[in-house]
Ligand binder design. Structure first.
Ligand SMILES: Nc1ncnc2c1ncn2[C@@H]1O[C@H](COP(=O)(O)OP(=O)(O)OP(=O)(O)O)[C@@H](O)[C@H]1O
Ligand SMILES: [Mg+2]
Length: 290
């Protein structure tokens, strides 16, 4: 039994609730690794998990451990012509024209376009989102912006979105769709600089709950270095600060986190992170009685 979180190993049942989390940070700091670990751990804890790949490089599926045949058959939302046309009135690649619906109803997007991954995690691949919410009026980006803004949450559900560097392109759609941002950094000045800038942007866009994850930390000193960099950069009040250790096993077993889940340093630390992130309950379907 873990003295800090009360969990056994890496499969503790989650308490009730649900949350929507966007994972951000500089390129290569470990965003996809953290997203995949959280997704698998939340799912093993009993949550219904939707993992969204909003990085055009589309490697979250492999990191989650989705099998190759399923990945090969996965159609990104931005390329799902019939769906994009049904929702927006125009096909991907077509100009805006006068008929584009800018606020399409995307409530069925996960049911229609996600694929099943291990532990029941649903993977939704967004495809090209460079300008979603950023004023681009092509149909696929109108759809992606609406999908990001419209992420409705059910009880016991966790929505995790992996991104590429920067979140400007999501605009305020991000805060409508997500409750928390997890800013991943590695112990370098440049990663901290991007992390602080992204954290500020996430708050400006309306996400109050912003966590810092110091990934690939080899010692307590690495965490302290990052916090010193954050101060040098003008400071930022994170909701919480977490550390994930450098773990050789990550490189040995990549791309999938599968073999990390049962027994690894990083999965044990990620379990603590998952418990912390799940502490709030933000499900839209909660009935509150006085
Ligand atoms: N805690 C860790 N210990 C050791 N290696 C790690 C750790 N976290 C991530 N890695 C490795 O670092 C590399 C980058 O990780 P990852 O792909 O998750 O980063 P990313 O931020 O998603 O990158 P990108 O911006 O390119 O999408 C991978 O090879 C991954 O296996
Ligand atoms: Mg990535």
């Amino acid at each position: 039994m873990c003295g800090t979180c009360g969990a056994h190993g890496t499969q503790a049942p989650l308490s009730v609730g649900g949350t929507r989390i966007v994972i951000v940070g500089k390129g290569g700091v470990g965003k996809s690794t953290v997203t995949a670990l959280l997704a698998r751990l939340f799912a093993r804890g009993g949550a219904r998990v939707i993992a969204i790949d909003a990085d055009e490089q589309c490697n979250l599926g492999a990191t989650l451990g989705v099998d190759r045949a399923t990945l090969a058959a996965t159609v990104p939302v931005s390329a799902a012509g019939d769906y994009v046309e049904e929702k927006t009135g125009a096909r991907p690649g077509e100009g805006a024209g006068g008929m584009l619906r800018l606020n399409p109803d995307t409530a069925d997007i996960v049911d229609r376009l996600s694929v099943a991954g291990p532990d029941g995690v649903r993977l939704l691949v967004m495809g090209g989102v460079q300008h979603a919410g950023g004023g681009c009026l092509c149909p696929e980006n109108a759809l992606l912006a609406a999908a990001i803004a419209g992420m409705r949450l059910r009880h016991h559900e966790v929505i995790l979105m992996d991104t590429h560097a920067g979140v400007e392109h999501f605009g305020r759609a991000l805060a409508r769709g997500f409750d928390s941002a997890v800013v991943v950094v590695e112990p370098t000045y440049n990663a901290a600089q991007v992390g602080v800038a992204t954290a500020r942007l996430a708050r400006e866009l309306g996400i109050e709950d912003v966590h810092l994850v110091v990934n690939r930390a080899r010692s307590r000193t690495d965490r302290d270095r990052v916090l010193a960099f954050v101060e040098q950069l003008g400071g930022f009040t994170f909701s919480a600060i977490h550390t994930l250790p450098f773990d050789d096993k990550v490189a040995e077993t990549e791309p999938s986190v599968e073999d990390l889940l049962d027994d690894s340093e990083i999965a044990r630390a990620a379990m603590h992170l998952s418990q912390h992130l799940f502490a709030g309950d933000r499900a839209d379907d909660l009935v509150v009685t006085s």
